[in-house]
Design a protein around this ligand. Structure first.
Ligand code: 5GP
Length: 116
């Protein structure tokens, strides 16, 4: 049996979360342990495990996620300066194995400080 990710459980309403945005493709929630004043997670409803597991079939979805990320950043007032991060694999810091984009902002990101 495939493990159901914590993000799928949030989407199914089993676990509470602070929802910033949602549509048929994705959900955006505040990160439970924010690394910046604004730190949200944009998560596709399709449970792609890691970015490298995405296929050509996911191409349109991935494109829509990028557009949503920009729109959500603007809505959150950080459209002029934010970071978009995808951790791929445990050694890169991925802890939830359901693809998600971190959107971080309202913080001064300096060279050598990934802010994450
Ligand atoms: P990763 O380390 O996989 O790139 O990012 C996972 C993120 O999910 C972390 O920043 C972590 O704080 C966040 N997170 C883990 N569990 C929960 C949860 O139950 N609710 C919310 N809102 N965020 C979570």
């Amino acid at each position: 049996m495939t493990d159901v990710s914590i993000f799928t459980r949030i989407m199914q309403g089993e676990i509470p979360a602070d929802i910033v945005y949602q549509d048929d493709d994705c959900i955006c929630i505040n990160d439970i342990a924010p690394k910046a004043p604004v730190h949200v997670l944009l998560i596709p409803r399709t449970p792609i495990t890691r970015l490298v597991d995405a296929t050509a079939e996911d191409q349109a979805l991935l494109g829509r996620l990028m557009l949503r990320a920009g729109e959500i950043a603007k809505q959150l007032g950080i459209g002029d300066a934010f970071r978009l991060i995808v951790n791929n694999g445990e050694q890169a810091g991925q802890t939830v194995f359901h693809l998600h984009l971190h959107i971080l902002g309202d913080k001064r990101f300096t060279e050598g400080n990934l802010g994450f």
